[in-house]
Ligand binder design. Structure first.
Ligand SMILES: [Zn+2]
Length: 140
């Protein structure tokens, strides 16, 4: 998995906690990780102190393939940060578990080519203590 250059786009850095640190820093090793319940195998996202499936509390970060498909998306045209360049906000479903979805941005892909079902793969944008998991089109 690749790391992309930070662009000029403004990103709100997350407040790191013991609960979410493994998610936001997993890109340092180039692997997307989610907390996974050791009792039932359920992946949790967003991070939480207890498994929503079985109530288990033994949660360990585990790597996933980083490949997924676009479950839904929208194109933002609002200049929230003063930059009026449109960009894609995507909801990516990971193949490891039905319903394991991550909201992110699609980068390096013309906006008129974004569609539901598009195969994507994770890339990381490193800023400070955080590796933002972004997605690019996955070439076959
Ligand atoms: Zn569980």
């Amino acid at each position: 998995m690749a790391e992309v250059e930070a662009d000029a786009r403004f990103r709100v850095p997350p407040a790191l906690s013991d609960e979410n640190r493994s998610f936001w820093t997993s890109g340092a090793e180039g692997t997307l990780r989610f907390l996974r319940c050791q009792a039932c195998g359920y992946y949790l996202h967003p991070p939480s102190p207890r498994c929503p499936n079985c109530g288990g509390t033994e949660l360990v970060p585990e790597g996933v393939s980083g490949r997924g498909t676009i479950h839904s998306f929208t194109v933002n045209h609002q200049a929230w940060d003063g930059d009026d360049t449109p960009y894609a906000i995507v909801l990516v479903e990971m193949p490891e578990q039905v319903g394991l979805r991550l909201t992110s941005n699609l980068v390096g892909c013309p906006l008129d080519e974004v569609h539901i079902g598009l195969p994507v793969r994770v890339v990381f944008e490193h800023r400070g203590d955080v590796w933002f998991p972004l997605f690019e089109r996955d070439e076959p």
